[in-house]
Design a binder for this molecule. Structure first.
Ligand SMILES: *Cc1c(COP(=O)(O)O)cnc(C)c1O
Length: 438
């Protein structure tokens, strides 16, 4: 696979190079230069496959020139070993459940895929690496789980003490092994600053510091696969138009959807469903891109004021606001509307949505009711409702149950370490201890 930079001032690279670099040297983001075409007969023949079997087929369409078939099968099969079912709530409206991975949110798809390939490339070069992640909750746990047990890689996750939920903390701190969970007596900004200082510190070069950044193409590629799986699950390939409603923050998920559309599947529309952090919907309406500080909402993984994948999305629509607007409907959902959607959908269908899924659900309904779309709509549910137990309890009066593998989380041993203070020398002492164990 050949990829180019959205900034257009650096050479094209292979997937291997793009994955190891993350960001292009000209500051742009990598995008595949060509997309494999999936014809209806091939798609039909893939219908009986499980999600992980389908993912292996799709991955080889992109990567067979860079990885042998047995390696792809092992890495992809292992990374995407959980299902991505599409369930119907009404005959023409569905929910794509993306919360069956180890951290119960869709970031597992990208984080696990990236981690497996990253580990494989390091292993081939006999190299080791330390991944640093500052997190305010979900990204850190997906990355920690993704790299857990991957040889040659050590992960250090920094999070603000007392500012993430006990469940989120347990997801990172009870792994142990090659994962160091570091409690910082400060804010998320302190965590980010410490990570930045470490990257700039030449004395730490021997640690081969790296970030599993959300702009890495290795996180977007696997996210294409569940759009294709869902399309296969719901659509009559010769007749149906399908639209996906995507709960959006940094626009990675939406970008992956548009990439999937470019393989030729008949997806006629996307809805960029945002909370009041509505940079993209505003751009679609006014033509002005206005980055701004984010505002806290119920769907907090979408509280983003300057979405990092915007350049990719723009380039895939020929840099044109009009082309973008023809393909993507932007919509804004308030917290009050999120709550009333959770309540209404539960009362009418029995389905319990998390706040992010609820934003997407209402976005899909608006496409139908307000904009007259009459194909099949699929709303992406990106997190398990039990991750937002307090919000659900306040709306529905009960807490959703966690899946069985997590019921004992509160009693698991924590390996969290405390940073003494928020100064860089304290952090550096911990890093110098955290030498990768190959
Ligand atoms: C990260 C996240 C989102 C937003 O996805 P983007 O790719 O950043 O647009 C939505 N829902 C959940 C639960 C998330 O964790």
């Amino acid at each position: 696979m050949i990829l180019h930079s959205t900034a257009g001032r650096s050479p094209s690279v292979t997937f291997r190079e793009a994955l190891l670099r993350g960001l292009a040297s000209d500051g742009g983001l990598y995008l595949p230069t060509a997309m494999p075409h999936l014809d209806p007969d091939t798609l039909r023949s893939w219908r009986p496959l499980s999600f992980s079997q389908l993912a292996v087929r799709l991955a080889s369409g992109f990567l067979s020139d860079e990885f042998p078939a047995d390696v792809l099968e092992r890495l992809v099969g292992d990374a995407l070993s959980f299902p991505a079912p599409t369930v119907k709530t009404t005959p023409r409206h569905c929910i794509l459940e993306l919360f069956h991975g180890p951290t119960l949110a869709f970031k597992d798809f990208g984080a696990r895929f990236l981690a497996r390939f990253f580990g494989h490339l390091l292993d081939q070069r006999g190299a080791v690496a330390t991944i640093l992640v500052a997190t305010s909750g979900d990204t850190g746990s997906a990355v920690a789980h993704g790299f857990y047990g991957v040889p040659g890689v050590r992960v250090v996750v920094l999070y603000p003490r007392g500012k993430i939920s006990p469940f989120q903390e347990a997801q990172m701190a009870t792994l142990g092994g090659n994962i160091t969970a570091l409690r910082v007596p400060g804010t998320f900004d302190d965590c980010q600053r410490l990570v930045k200082e470490a990257f700039l510190d030449p004395d730490l070069d021997h640690l081969e510091l790296s970030s599993a950044n959300s702009i890495n193409i290795g996180r977007l590629l696997p996210q294409m696969f569940y759009y294709i799986a869902s399309y296969l699950a719901v659509a009559d390939l010769d007749a149906d138009e399908v639209a996906f409603s995507v709960p959006s923050g940094n626009l990675g998920n939406l970008t992956a959807g548009v990439m999937a559309q470019r393989t030729g599947i008949r997806v006629s529309r996307f809805v960029a469903s945002c909370n009041i952090n509505d940079v993209l919907p505003e751009f679609l309406q006014t033509g002005v891109y206005r980055a701004r500080p984010s505002v806290e909402t119920l769907s907090n993984a979408m509280d983003v004021g300057d979405p990092s994948n915007f350049p990719r999305l723009l380039e895939m629509h020929a840099g044109s606001k009009r082309v973008l607007r023809d393909n993507i409907l932007g919509t804004v959902v308030t917290d009050e509307e999120t709550r009333s959607t959770i309540r209404r959908v539960y009362e009418t269908t029995g389905y319990v949505l998390d706040p992010h899924g609820a934003v997407a659900y209402l976005g899909a309904e608006r496409l139908r009711m307000v904009h007259g779309f009459n194909g099949i709509t699929v709303a992406l549910a990106t997190a398990h409702p039990a991750k937002f137990a307090a919000a659900i309890e306040s709306v529905l009066g009960f807490e959703p149950e966690l899946p069985p593998q997590y019921r004992d989380w509160a009693t698991r041993k924590s390996f969290a370490e405390d940073l003494d203070d928020t100064t860089y020398p304290s952090f550096r002492r911990v890093l110098e201890r955290a030498v990768p164990n190959t």
